[in-house]
Design a protein around this ligand. Structure first.
Ligand code: 5AD
Ligand code: SF4
Length: 468
């Protein structure tokens, strides 16, 4: 656990609540109680959960991954697609029986899904065993919520959105010791017509550069080998702030930190991704040559209705420019299939563009209607079944592209960071600068070290031999 540099007064208040909760816990439990945090959705949620866990440790909880043995269970939820919400409702239902067996346990739910008033209302009414519900703007207030629950025994529901400033300085308990998340901004201003994020996470707010640099330094000192900068649209970092540090400049500042570590970032928006940023990536030795640039659709007509503010010509210009500056760059993207009004011809445009680009891999989604977004009231005549067929067609096309790309890596040598076990005993797994997985013969002592690995073959995964 590490404490950030400058705790804001609002965080000081919460740290004081955490101490009071710790006193209550000490007086109530013989053994320290256990807390289980289940995270759904994106890396931003994973990062938020790391902050929540830091706070839970401060309050005297031990962490567990098993909800069956937990005294405190928290679901940190996602709202981006309906499927994620359905899973939460299902798993929440299962907790009812657990609570019946362990009446003293606290059940809490937070994150994007519950920031929606309709969801908060439904949980309040239909899930009476949920003790605490809090939204994305008040995550830092968890100690206060637990304290109020313990003192008043009344359920706590809070999805206020008044807190606009970022509250810095809380404790963090990071999941890994090698690769870490570093949020640089929160929220989104883009209002893509299909997306719920701007409604549940609020407007863009950037952290101060000195806070980010201090945290990055701390992570490097702790031995982290990879830092991934996080934001819904990292390319618009610092917009409208007096400090004048844009994303490219921020990357240079992090790149200047001494140490043997690498920098990644996500997510980039093609409308704000600049040539300056791509030049910076190419020039800064610590920045990985990997770019996740969500395209969403290959049809200009659909991009317009999606409110994406770029056309495919601009997208392809960015791809070509990135490749010109960094010939070894790995490119990935997000694609939505079956946006309202999309025709098969539009879809074929998408397939055409993904073939032209040759992405290393794709994150593909069937459009999911999100109440309250503009797309939710657009005509959507294509059946789910038809969209499923298009989706399979896209997967097949990309599979061929990916396999071809991986095949071209055979016979070449890559610098790889060993980050875990392989799929079979005796093998370890690592990732290239471009974030491609390669397995090689090694034992557990390889973990956390860099190796030069020559790729020998492509089976289900790339396999290679350490040459240095
Ligand atoms: N339906 C399907 N996919 C969506 N995404 C965002 N909103 C939706 C939606 N309503 C996808 C986008 C985004 C990724 C994180 O999730 O592709 O880039
Ligand atoms: Fe959603 Fe668009 Fe913002 Fe990404 S940029 S979070 S897709 S609104």
């Amino acid at each position: 656990m590490n404490l950030q540099k400058s705790a804001s007064p609002l965080m000081d208040e919460q740290l004081a609540f955490a101490e009071r909760v710790a006193d209550i816990i000490k007086a109530t439990y013989v053994e320290p109680p256990k807390a289980c945090v289940e995270t759904y959705g994106c890396q931003q949620n994973v990062s938020d959960s790391e902050h929540i866990k830091g706070m839970l440790l401060k309050m005297g909880y031990l962490l567990t991954e098993n909800s069956e043995e937990a005294d405190f269970v928290l679901f940190n939820t996602c709202a981006v697609r309906e499927h994620a919400e359905a899973r939460v409702y299902g798993n929440l239902g299962a907790l009812k029986h657990l609570k019946r067996r362990r009446p003293g346990m606290i059940i809490a739910i937070c994150g994007c899904m519950v920031q929606q008033q309709s969801v908060a209302d439904r949980i309040k009414k239909s899930y009476p065993y949920v003790d605490i519900l809090f939204g994305t703007h008040v995550t830092y207030r968890l100690p206060e919520f637990i304290y109020n629950l313990l003192m008043g025994k009344k359920r706590v529901f809070n999805i206020e959105t008044d807190q606009k400033e970022i509250v810095e300085g809380g404790p963090v308990s990071r999941d890994g010791d090698l690769k870490g998340w570093l949020p640089i901004m929160y929220g989104c201003n883009n209002f893509c017509t299909y997306c719920i994020v701007p409604y549940v996470r609020g407007r863009e707010r950037s952290r101060a550069p000195e806070e980010i640099i201090a945290e990055a330094r701390e992570m490097v000192a702790m031995g982290f080998k990879e830092i991934t900068l996080l934001g819904q649209n990292v390319n618009s970092y610092g917009k409208g702030e007096a400090h004048g540090v844009n994303f490219a400049k921020l990357i240079r500042m992090i790149n200047d930190i001494e140490g043997d570590f690498k920098i990644r970032f996500m997510t980039s928006h093609p409308k704000d991704c600049t040539e300056e940023l791509l030049d910076t990536m190419a020039e800064c030795k610590k920045v990985c040559h990997q770019l996740h640039l969500p395209m969403q659709s290959g049809s200009n007509r659909i991009l317009k209705i999606m409110n994406r503010h770029y056309d495919i010509e601009r997208y392809l210009h960015l791809i070509d420019y990135a490749r010109e500056k960094m010939p070894d760059i790995t490119l990935t993207s997000d694609i939505i299939v079956g946006f309202p009004g999309e025709t098969y011809d539009d879809f074929c445009e998408t397939v055409k563009v993904i073939k032209r680009v040759g992405f290393t891999s794709l994150f593909t989604f069937i459009y999911s209607k999100r109440e309250g977004t503009p797309a939710a009231i657009m005509e959507d005549p294509i059946s789910r079944e038809e969209k499923g067929k298009w989706f399979t067609e896209l997967l097949k096309a990309q599979e061929e592209i990916s396999r071809k790309g991986y095949g071209e890596m055979v016979g070449k040598t890559y610098r790889v960071l060993c980050d875990g076990e392989g799929r079979v005993p005796g093998r370890m797994s690592g990732r290239t600068d471009g974030n491609v997985v390669i397995e090689f013969e090694a034992d557990a002592s390889a973990y956390g070290r860099y190796f030069l690995v020559r790729v020998n073959e492509l089976t289900n995964v790339l396999c290679g031999t350490i040459i240095d």
